[in-house]
Design a protein around this ligand. Structure first.
Ligand code: SAH
Ligand code: MG
Length: 215
């Protein structure tokens, strides 16, 4: 944990249950160790969706569909989400969950590897939530920026690697060094990109908020 656990626990205790089915899907996912958004990240996502009012959301990393269902709940009725997942078991579960929530019309699941799916995607999105393999964020970026409309928001989850991101590469286990370097490159890039204004928050496992401001 990046933030004092006692503080996180207290802040999370202020969150209320919101929606019976979503709460059940969330609990099921946590019990099965599916790495869904942390409660404090979820709370931030809700706030950003309500603030930004995105009609079209793109998500990279659906897992079992929890965060997509959660974000959709706070979009206007006509709001839609396109979400990408490559893990077969999770794809099946996500489909089942979208059906349970009667959201098959609003949420589209694209099956396969996001690197290639993003290249093929067209149109623009008002809000993009990147929550997939951390070592690939840097590879998604070019397409993500092409797909993000002016004034749109890019949210990148799990960017602080439990605080390891701030450590020297030599303090990182050898096998984790590639991911460490790629995430540092990613954060440097989104912080310094001429089309983006980015702030990085130590919420959950670290969340970067980037606004597409043009060049
Ligand atoms: N957003 C979800 C959690 C996603 S967990 C939620 O909060 O409810 C990350 C998911 O991204 C995993 O299920 C993993 O299979 C998927 N993933 C990772 N890299 C991917 C890639 N390159 N293409 C497609 N899916 C990917
Ligand atoms: Mg995440």
């Amino acid at each position: 944990m990046i933030v004092n656990p006692g503080i996180v626990e207290y802040l999370n205790s202020l969150n209320r249950d919101e929606h019976e089915l979503l709460d059940a899907i969330e609990q099921e996912a946590r019990e099965n160790h599916v790495p869904i958004v942390k409660p404090e990240t979820k709370d931030l996502l809700k706030f950003l969706v309500l603030m930004q009012k995105p009609k079209r959301i793109l998500e990279v990393g659906a897992a079992v569909g929890f965060s997509a269902l959660y974000m959709n709940q706070y979009q206007d009725a006509e709001g839609t989400i396109v979400t990408i997942e490559r893990n077969e078991k999770r794809i099946q579960k996500a489909k089942e969950n979208f059906k349970r929530a009667k959201k098959e019309e609003s949420i589209t699941l694209l099956e396969g590897d996001a690197v290639s799916i993003l290249k093929e995607l067209e149109g623009t999105f008002d809000f993009i939530f990147v929550d997939a393999a951390k070592g690939q964020y840097i590879h998604f970026l070019e397409d993500v920026l092409r797909l993000l409309k002016q004034g749109g928001m890019l949210i990148s989850d799990n960017v602080l690697q439990d605080g390891d991101i701030a450590k020297s590469r030599y303090a990182i286990e050898r096998r984790d060094r590639t991911i460490h370097k790629r995430m540092r490159d990613y954060l440097y890039t989104i912080k310094n990109h001429k089309e983006l204004e980015t702030t990085i928050l130590p919420v959950g496992d670290g969340v970067a908020l980037s606004l597409k401001v043009g060049d």
